[in-house]
Every structure is written in structure tokens, then in C-alpha cells.
Design a protein around this ligand. Structure first.
Ligand SMILES: Cc1cc2nc3c(=O)[nH]c(=O)nc-3n(C[C@H](O)[C@H](O)[C@H](O)COP(=O)(O)O)c2cc1C
Length: 155
């Protein structure tokens, strides 16, 4: 399957995790990994599956590299109804009131423009006991399998 991993980051954790997911899926799939800041919202391809990896900054805000994308989506108002995506969030429960709100906002933005979410949004907690990659790699396998059914065998 053709997969694009898009990361939104402030200090690089989401980028590192996106690279780990890329490496893990690349044995079986055609995978590209890009910063959300470089993604033109009019360039989404229905034949690809999109895996978003995004952190949270400020008070539940999107991280710096995701903000230009969010602004571009708001301006372009693309029809994403043929687009399938999954999303993995990074955050820290020390910020109890706004825990993982960045990826939550990003998922809502995609859905508001019609995109279809595959699988559950995972909310990694930097103050919890799990390493992000330990959650993300099996999750990525599962969402890719689910996406393959939705996109069809051709994908
Ligand atoms: C200044 C600052 C603000 C943060 N705000 C939040 C927040 O509101 N909610 C949350 O869940 N995590 C918050 N975090 C935690 C980050 O999302 C977490 O450390 C993440 O791993 C950073 O990933 P990144 O390096 O890809 O940006 C914050 C971290 C910092 C340093």
C-alpha cells in the first residue's frame, strides 16, 4: 500500500516517531515521511493512506510545524471525503486540562473537511510508562491492515 506519514512537531519527538513508523512499515509498503509544514492540503491523494503523528504544545495547541497546515486547510477548504487517515498523538498528562489536545484538534480538522478516520486515535503520555514506539508500531500495523480493507486490495 502507498502510505504517507505526516508529522507535526515542536521539538522533534513526533518526527523521530514518524521515522520509526516509516522504517517499520517500509519492508512491506511504499512509505514516504513528510513534515506537515510541507503538506499542501489540496495535494491529498485518495490512493494513499495517511498516518498523522502530532504532538501538543502551548495550552493544548498544535505544534509549530502543524500550524501552517491547519491555516492552509482553513483557507483552502479542501474536500477530503475520499481521504483515509489515522492519527497518533503525543502529549503529557502533566498538562491535565489539555492532554493530547493538539492531535485531537488535527483529527477534528481533517474530519471537518470530510476525511475518514481509520482506527482509534492513540494518546501517548510522556509521563506514563509506555515508550511511544511500543504503542505506535503495533498500532500502525493494525491501522494499515484496516485501511487496506477500506481502500481495497489495489492500494
Ligand atoms: C511548553 C510545552 C507545552 C506543552 N503543552 C502540552 C499540552 O498542553 N498538552 C499535552 O498533552 N502535552 C503538552 N506538552 C507535551 C508535549 O506534547 C510532549 O512533550 C511531546 O512529546 C512533544 O513532542 P514534539 O517534540 O514532537 O513537539 C507540552 C510540552 C511543552 C514543553
Amino acid at each position: 500500500m502507498k502510505i504517507t506519514i505526516l508529522y507535526g512537531t515542536e521539538t522533534g519527538n513526533a518526527e523521530m516517531l514518524a521515522e520509526d513508523i516509516t522504517a517499520s512499515l517500509s519492508a512491506e509498503h511504499e512509505v514516504e515521511c513528510r513534515n506537515l509544514s510541507e503538506m499542501d492540503p489540496r495535494a491529498f491523494d485518495p490512493a494513499r493512506f495517511y498516518i498523522l503523528v502530532c504532538s501538543t504544545y502551548g495550552e493544548g495547541e498544535l505544534p509549530a510545524s502543524a500550524r501552517p497546515f491547519a491555516e492552509a486547510v482553513a483557507a483552502a477548504r479542501p474536500d477530503l471525503s475520499a481521504i483515509h487517515f489515522a492519527i497518533f498523538g503525543l502529549g503529557d498528562s502533566e498538562y491535565a486540562e489539555t492532554f493530547n489536545h493538539g492531535p485531537k484538534r488535527l483529527a477534528e480538522l481533517m474530519a471537518a473537511h470530510g476525511a475518514r478516520q481509520v482506527g482509534e486515535r492513540i494518546a501517548h503520555d510522556a509521563s506514563g510508562g509506555d515508550l511511544a514506539e511500543d504503542l505506535a508500531l503495533p498500532w500502525a500495523e493494525a491501522v494499515v491492515a484496516a485501511a487496506r480493507e477500506r481502500l481495497g486490495e489495489a492500494a
